[in-house]
Design a protein around this ligand. Structure first.
Ligand code: CMC
Length: 382
């Protein structure tokens, strides 16, 4: 008797598919655990810096002091943008949204990199450093361009978070603001095979190049079901407006089967541990900056959602309290998702390089449900 191979079944949204192995990130969605290379996210948020966290993700261990210094130096050496890119930023329409601008400009970075198509691991590492170093200058200077402000080059004596906020605001941030930004970057740096990371991996698995992979990822992150949700949370808070309007607004949306942005997750059935951290953080920053109303509204939304859909495993995700945090930090709404991208370059690039060590083209099948043996009817007889 011939042994039949079992027929693959359709896995909608790839929810039950393990697409590859990875050593970068562990998530236990039932218990709400997130670790980068085995280190709990809370310990990293409390003690690490974004640069050190990126070293950890890319090297599978924490750096020694001199290794960290050398990594930081390498990143800062790559901070400035190629001349041609400054010219391109000037040509982007001022009305463009920052995510469209970011996607197009990151793609354009390849035009100025002679190593763009060098597939060696060393070249891919160098390009990852360049992308990590340059994306903040691209975001901040597109923002300056759209406001009619002169460009501001990144300063090699500042870390990524400080340099970004300095370029954005035209003056250095307070130490507290810079640390808050740094922690947000750590929390957003990596999250397994989320949609944008997977998209980057599909691109790199064709042996395309790092710029193409990161451009793919940015386009994928932009969607409101993924990284775009943080901007949608802020739109929601603005639309609701006041604390007394929260309950009717949320209940009405739920009754209409609408999604409440910043809630629910493919992996977490309990609160996203990043949201737990950001909640405490949002409260503190909101108090320090006079944004208590926004925080109070967010808390009320969380309470109502807990009552209404908590039993279904729908809880706040990373995007929910990051909206209040970013707003309290004085960041404009349409920069929230670009900032997510700036941090996630770490995860995207890390996964691409890791996957290339044992590459296999990503190419799933599909279950054909259309007709067969259909006759071709010439155009004049249809
Ligand atoms: N509000 C109300 N109901 C929800 C929500 C929500 N935010 N999320 C899921 N549900 C319900 C959904 O309607 C469905 O109900 P039913 O079984 O009665 O039809 C059930 O929960 C399962 O939803 P699903 O869409 O099958 O689950 P999923 O794993 O495909 O969705 C998700 C995950 C993130 C797309 C979804 O929770 C969602 O749309 N959330 C809002 C957007 C958001 O905040 N995205 C950010 C995700 S986390 C950070 C990131 O990745 O960038």
């Amino acid at each position: 008797m011939i042994q039949m191979e079992s027929q693959p079944t359709v896995d909608r949204g790839l929810a039950n598919t393990l697409a590859a192995e990875s050593r970068m990130c562990f998530i236990d969605g039932q218990k709400g655990v997130l670790e980068y290379v085995g280190i709990d996210i809370d310990a990293l948020a409390r003690n690490s810096t974004f640069e050190e966290t990126v070293f950890l993700l890319w090297n599978e261990r924490l750096p020694r002091r001199e290794e960290l210094e050398s990594f930081v130096d390498r990143v800062r050496e790559e901070y400035d943008l190629p001349d041609g890119l400054w010219q391109l930023i000037e040509r982007v329409p001022r009305t463009a949204t920052p995510m469209h601008a970011l996607r197009s400009l990151v793609s354009s970075l390849a035009l100025f990199d002679p190593e763009a198509d060098d597939p060696s691991e060393e070249a891919n590492e160098r390009k990852s450093i360049r992308l990590l170093a340059r994306v903040p200058a691209v975001i901040a200077n597109f923002d300056r361009h759209r406001k009619g402000l002169p460009f501001m080059r990144p300063s090699p004596d500042q870390d990524i978070a400080t340099s970004f906020l300095t370029m954005l605001n035209g003056q250095p941030p307070t130490t507290a603001m810079a640390r808050a930004m740094d922690v947000c970057l750590i929390l957003h740096a990596e999250h397994g095979f989320n949609a944008s990371t997977f998209a980057a991996m599909v691109t790199i698995s064709t042996l395309s190049d790092m710029y193409s992979a990161i451009t793919t990822a940015i386009g994928t992150l932009k969607g409101p079901l993924h990284g775009g949700a943080n901007e949608e949370v802020m739109h929601m808070l603005r639309e609701i407006g006041t604390l007394d309007r929260v309950e009717p607004w949320v209940r009405d949306r739920l009754a209409r089967k609408d999604r409440i942005m910043g809630f629910g997750h493919r992996v977490y059935r309990t609160t996203d541990p990043r949201a737990t951290y950001l909640k405490t953080f949002a409260k503190q920053i909101a108090e320090d900056t006079g944004n208590q109303d926004l925080y109070a509204m967010s808390r009320r939304i969380e309470e109502i959602m807990h009552e209404a859909v908590g039993a279904k495993g729908i809880h706040p995700n990373v995007d929910f309290y990051s909206a209040t945090t970013y707003h309290s930090l004085g960041l404009e709404l349409d920069l929230f998702t670009p900032i997510f991208a700036m941090a996630r370059v770490a995860g995207w690039a890390g996964h691409c390089i890791e996957y290339l060590k044992d590459n296999k083209l990503m190419r799933p099948g599909c279950l054909y449900t259309g007709p067969h043996a259909v006759q071709y009817v010439p155009l004049d007889r249809r």
